[in-house]
Structures are given as C-alpha cells and as structure tokens.
Design a protein around this ligand. Structure first.
Ligand code: ADP
Length: 455
C-alpha cells in the first residue's frame, strides 16, 4: 500500500481523505495556502506544507508547487479531492511523470470524459441515451441552426463546463445570440476554453446519478443511484439515496447504462454517471464526474462501503474487493450541504468568524466538517462549510432525523443555509418525494411570498 499521500485540497474533503488514509495506515501530507494557516486539514495531517498565496491560482491550483511539495516530502501518491485540480488531466499526467500515483482515473479517460461533447459521442457509440442536441462544438450560426431544428427552449453549454458554469437557457431565437456570447465569455473565464454546444432543454427533469467503482483490471460495479434534483442555479443543495420517485425498471436501465459508460470510457476509479430523467421516464446521459463527489457520503451510508478508502486501494492497483452481488442497499440517507451564505440576499457568500458552533450527533448522524469555534472562514474559496448526512431504516425516519440534526446545529457569527434546509425538509412535496430540478426555485419564490405576509 502507499506509504505517504499528499492531499491536494482543503476544507471538509481534505479532512475526509486524511481520515481514510489514517484508517489505512498511510501517512498524510496536507498542503495549505497562506489564507488557510488555521485550517483544520492542516492540523489533522501528519505534515503540512504551505504552497502559496490565498488565491486558488497561487496555491490549490498551482501544479508545480503541489507536486514539488509531494516530492520533497517523500509522498508516493496525490489525492486531488473534488474541485481544484481533480479533473485536470494535465495535472494527473504531471503527477505520474514525476513518479507519483494520481489517485483517480487514468489521464486519458479523464480527458475524454472531461470534454462533454467527446463524452456524449462516446455514449452515443455505446448505446447510452443522450439529450438531443448538436453533440459537438458549434459556432453561432451552427448553434442557431441546431436550436431551430430541435426546437426552443434549448440550453447552451460549455464543453469544458462544470459546477453549473457556462450554461444558458434560451427560450427563443431573439435572445440566442446574446446568451451564446455570454456563455462563451463565461466559459473562457472559468475553463480557459470557449467551446459551446447545444442541448434540448428537458422540462422539469430529475437529476439522478449512479455511483460506480471500477478497478485497473476491468472490473466495474455500481453502488445504486442518488437523487440530486434539489439544486439552485444548477448547483446541488440536498441529495438522497435511494431515489423514491422512479421505477425499479428505470433504475435497472440506469445502472446498466452507467456500467456501459464505464466500459466505453475504460474507467478505473470511483466516479459518477449523471442522467436527467423526464416525466415519462425517458433518461439521458449528461456527464461523467471522474472524481469523488461532495455527495459520496449518502452512498457510503446506504451501502456501508467507504468510497474514499476504495479509491485509494484501486489507485494502488488492487482489484475490487466486491462483486456486484455484494453491494446491498440498507435504509435511506440524506445529505444537507451547509453553506456560509445569506439566504435572504440571493445566497451571497458570507465568510467570517464562527463565534460558536454546536454540531449534532447521535446514531445515524454524520458530520463532515472543517470548521470549529473561533475559526474564520476565508473569503477565497467555496462557501460550503460542512455537510450533515443522516441515515435511517426508512426515508421518513431519515427525514425526521435530519430535522432533529438541523435543530441541534447552531452556527453563530456567520449566516448559513441551516434554516433554509430545515424549512425545505418540512415541505409536503419534499416529504412525498415529488420534486425535480425546478423545485428549489419555486420553493424560494414561496419563501419570499411568505416573508411578505409576515412583514
Ligand atoms: P455541470 O457540469 O456544470 O454541473 P451538468 O451538465 O452536470 O453541468 O448540468 C448541471 C445541471 O443543469 C443538471 O443537474 C440539470 O439540473 C441542469 N441541466 C443540464 N442539462 C440540462 C438539459 N439538457 N435540460 C434541462 N436541465 C439540464
């Protein structure tokens, strides 16, 4: 097994990976920016190395500094976590070139699946359904012609996109040119790649994703699905497993397609295949995430399998420890992402000092966090400060457990999404499982209306 791993990340995911390494008997090296002198991941790792200034480009995205830190500290592998360099094939290649192991899929697969149009082509060739659209990069004229052909509304999407960036919904021909140029600019800014493609806009879809685990010996299994339809501006807020609002028939098709996708991509790590499902249970591949995801914890809860530890073992070259028939589904899990944001001010990030925090506990309550009392959240990074994951035998019990956990969760000093999540968990449509990706927007509208009534 690896002796020493560098974790090229920060926040709760860095803490999560450090824990997995410790359980495997692996020494850990944290890297941190000058803004993260007081960060928990720095304290919990066996060693910590400062890799630069606060801005991500100077530290957590600084390939040279990170790889130098790994080499100088005698690491044999690097775990990238999620975000930052986790889906950057140049980084993965450079890590391997320097004689270290990249804990993730092979760079070629990552590159192929990271380009969404290439990934879609691969899925078409493998018989996996995809959303109608251009399926290739288009210029303005080609985009307009494609939109005309498939019919409005359409989505303009960035080929190199991620995190909901570079996406525009176009309702009619008149606004196409303006939104196309906007998306191009945003894509260039966020991904240094302005290639765009067109997709039919699927109305009121559910976002259902399948967790997969594949090794370097051609074995591939799935670990069921997650329902990640509770999103604001294409970014997930609450996730649950399993999904109660699709048929067993459809689930079987999704698992089958996910495994086909892995085979076609020659995938060799843990990963996720994302699908959209419409009201008639038509389903469409949208993308593959070639990394561990924020919401991996709900799958860990319902399968009782540690995805991060398995990811490390796979990268080391070990064959999968499980056959498909070993993977069982126990109970129900829900995850609430807690962000330091002002929900009454368009969810604007609200960094600052946490003067007091009380985290919930008890059976079936898991907190993945990187904050503590007196910790100052720096303004340079993602606003997610912790995740609450609840697990229970039934969904209803799980909802009750999560409500209780959120009642116990007190964060003073900064504004957070705790209360927003709490109210959401009482909404009749959430309780019934009647929600799709447009639900949160409507819910926010309802909250605003209610606030008016109170005033
Ligand atoms: P990103 O990589 O930026 O997260 P995705 O392709 O995964 O982008 O899409 C993010 C979200 O945007 C989806 O979960 C879904 O809510 C919405 N979305 C994406 N494609 C479509 C589509 N063709 N029709 C309707 N909604 C879509």
């Amino acid at each position: 097994m690896f002796k020493k791993i560098l974790i090229a990340n920060r926040g709760e995911i860095a803490v999560r990976i450090i824990r997995a390494c410790k359980e495997l008997g692996i020494t850990t090296v944290a890297v941190y920016s000058k803004a993260d002198e007081d960060a928990l991941h720095k304290e919990l790792a066996n060693e910590a190395i400062c890799i630069g200034d606060a801005l991500p480009k100077d530290s957590y995205l600084n390939i040279e500094n990170i790889i130098s830190a790994a080499c100088l500290s005698g690491c044999d592998a690097i775990h990238p976590g999620f975000g930052f360099l986790s889906e950057n094939p140049q980084f993965a290649r450079m890590v391997e070139k320097c004689g270290l192991t990249f804990i993730g899929p092979n760079a070629e697969t990552m590159e192929k699946m990271g380009n969404k149009t290439e990934a879609v082509q691969l899925m078409i060739d493998s018989g996996v359904p995809v959303v109608p659209g251009s399926h290739k990069d288009v210029n303005l004229e080609e985009g307009l012609a494609c939109a005309e052909e498939i019919g409005y509304p359409v989505l303009i999407k960035a080929a190199a996109g991620g995190g909901g960036k570079g996406i525009r919904l176009v309702e009619d021909k008149e606004s196409f040119t303006r939104l196309f140029n906007e998306a191009k600019e945003e894509a260039l800014k966020f991904f240094s790649n302005d290639e765009l493609y067109i997709e039919k806009y699927i109305k009121h879809p559910k976002h259902i994703e399948v967790q997969v685990m594949c090794d370097k010996h051609g074995n591939a299994i799935h670990l069921f699905e997650r329902n990640c339809s509770l999103q604001r501006r294409n970014q997930k807020m609450v996730e649950e497993a399993p999904c109660i609002s699709i048929s067993a028939d459809l689930k079987a098709k999704l698992y089958d397609s996910a495994l086909k996708a892995c085979k076609a991509a020659k995938y060799d790590s843990v990963g996720t295949i994302e699908f959209l499902v419409d009201g008639s249970e038509n389903y469409y591949f949208i993308e593959m995430n070639t990394r561990i995801q924020v919401e991996h914890c709900v799958t860990e809860s319902v399968t009782n399998i540690d995805l991060v530890k398995n990811m490390i073992k796979i990268a080391y070259g070990l064959p999968l420890q499980y056959k498909q028939s070993d993977i069982k589904l126990y109970g129900h899990a829900i995850e609430c992402r807690i962000n330091a944001e002002d929900t009454e001010n368009d969810f604007r990030p609200n960094p600052g000092k946490i003067t007091f925090i009380n985290t919930p506990g008890g059976m079936g309550v898991r907190i993945d966090s990187a904050v503590y009392p007196g910790y100052t959240i720096p303004p340079y990074y993602d606003s997610m400060i912790l995740k609450v994951i609840c697990f229970a035998k039934t969904r209803l019990e799980c909802i009750r457990k999560m409500r209780q956990a959120l009642e116990e969760l007190i964060v003073d000093g900064v504004k957070t999404t705790v209360e927003f999540n709490y109210v959401l968990l009482h909404h009749p449509d959430f309780i019934l499982g009647h929600y799709d990706t447009s639900f949160i927007e409507g819910f926010i509208g309802e909250l605003k209306e209610n606030a008016k009534l109170v005033q």
